[in-house]
Design a protein around this ligand. Sequence first.
Ligand code: FAD
Length: 368
Amino acid sequence: TPAYDYLIVGSGLFGATFARLATDAGKRCLIVERRPHIGGNCYTEKLEGINVHRYGAHIFHTSNRAVWAFVNRFAEFNNYINSPKAISGDRLYSLPFNMNTFYELWQTRTPQEARQKIASQRFTGEPTNLEEQALSLVGKDIYETLIRDYTRKQWGKDPRELPAFIIKRLPLRFTYDNNYFSDRYQGIPIGGYTALFDAMLEGIEVRLNVDYFAHRTPLGRLARKVVYTGCIDQYFDYALGRLEYRSLEFDNAVLETDNFQGNAVINYCDTSEPFTRIIEHRHFEGSSSPLTVITREYPRPCSGDAIPYYPVNDAQNQGLYRRYQELAQGTENVIFGGRLSEYKYMDMHVVIESAMNRFRSESRQASA
Ligand code: FAD
């Protein structure tokens, strides 16, 4: 009999959650991870005494009590609230779009004034591209000041060449509330995400620097089932073609100040800078370091060895993904899960919930 019940490929949030639940239920798990560290894209590392979010700013938020209780088993969360700012031209604006933003744009003070202003600027036809879609949702000023050039940088394409459905909703909030998320629970794990993963994976065997594809057959023999959280097209040797992604480049700098920008996240919404955001990591947890660490975030094409971040969910890629999904459904003893296997942008709480559901249906099958 195989030594393990589950061979888990990837130590990100899906793999780690599944491994914890399975281990708690008495199953034997082995995790293989091709990176030199655990945690997937949530990974944080200490630099100048500050926990740096290596693969982009991660703010935990959820309204799901079971998910919140689960993560609180492994870390204490602080009361960080995400309130990003946006720079466009020589002005600074509040996000998400709310009464503060409307005041900064037009000096409107009441919800009624703001609603009228937006209504007078809306595109009223049937949107045929992202620009028209955004114009119909938020009107000309917000679009041109805060969305147009940011989107162009994010996707490397003119918004008029992008499909309308990329933006389904652009929430407008008619209160003076700069809290980006509307979930019940929100915060940053004190001590960083890597410490949270360390606690979550306690007592579970993890082999770092192991690429599943380099040892597929021998690794496969070690366990009854595989939980695969890597790219779904790679699992099938790209047999049907490659799924398209957007990548990001993170440029870190250590600066000799204890406060560079006064906020964790500032978006750069015009074309004067090629990056889309600057993250100042000390503001997530607070720090007594006399230095600060900032990260400029540059959207990039996903070619060569670039890390895939954002799926390009257009009709062609969705069609291709569905064909891979059919192959996956026909593959016995492999559970496909997580953002890369489902070819979907998912927030952390969504990934945890998805892993919980997959483990529950696994247990049900096993006991049936
Ligand atoms: P991953 O974290 O990508 O983990 C997959 C793991 O599998 C990786 O470690 C990878 O190395 C490993 N792997 C892949 N293939 C192999 C192989 N062949 N062999 C061995 N190992 C392999 N969510 C929020 O809730 N709040 C936020 O503020 C937030 N900010 C984000 C910012 C950015 C820039 C991005 C891109 C995402 C953000 N997210 C945020 C989403 C969050 O990152 C994901 O929900 C989460 O990381 C998904 O976990 P995962 O396990 O599915 O994937």
